[in-house]
Design a protein around this ligand. Structure first.
Ligand code: MN
Length: 191
């Protein structure tokens, strides 16, 4: 299976100033494109060549895992934002957040704190188990909760390439501002 760069559902300048045009162009057009190219090159001629992306992420190790994980992570990341985003989730996801974390505000605080305290590069995820129970997962580097059998619903990228041009060292401020562009309809559709 030849993987392709995921299409952005918005213009490259649409998420500014939370994620500026230059960041989107470099993060999506260069970093993610490189992960896609590396993955395609690494799996060519191997028994993972025709496997779905999630299968590769669950089975692979080393460089194949790193690149497949980052393709999966960024496919979820870039399709969960909207210039008309923000607000709060509704329906069964909203109810599950309240039952797991107490309130949407408490969830947001715990999620931001997990992202701010992750040392080095990685991701913070909202994930669901087979019964719909929610948890927050801190994953280093290319990690994704799919590797532990959970379904990733929402992911904030805390690699410096995700925010450094717009926020420099102010990772916590960036995480706080990301709530303003989350497309909860897209996140709810994953639940
Ligand atoms: Mn990234």
């Amino acid at each position: 299976m030849k993987f392709e760069l995921v299409q952005l559902p918005y213009a490259t300048d649409a998420l500014s100033p939370v994620i500026g045009k230059q960041t989107v162009e470099c993060h999506h057009g260069k970093h993610l494109q490189t992960y896609v190219n590396n993955l395609n090159n690494l799996i060519a001629g191997t028994d993972l060549e025709d496997a779905p992306l999630e299968t590769i992420v669950k089975k692979a190790t080393g460089a194949v895992f790193n690149n497949a994980g980052q393709v999966l992570n960024h496919n979820l990341y870039f399709t969960q934002f909207s210039p008309n985003g923000g607000g709060r989730p509704s329906g069964k996801l909203s109810a599950a957040i309240e039952s797991s974390f107490g309130s949407f505000e408490e969830f947001r605080g715990a999620f931001e704190s997990a992202g701010a305290t992750l040392f080095g590069s990685g991701w913070v995820w909202l994930a669901s188990d087979g019964q719909g129970k929610l948890s927050i997962a801190k994953e280093p580097n290319a990690g994704n909760p799919a590797t532990t059998g959970l379904k990733p619903l929402l992911g904030f990228d805390v690699w410096e390439h995700a925010y450094y041009l717009d926020y420099q060292n102010r990772r916590a401020d960036h995480l706080k501002d990301l709530w303003g562009i989350v497309d909860w309809k897209a996140v709810e559709a994953r639940y």
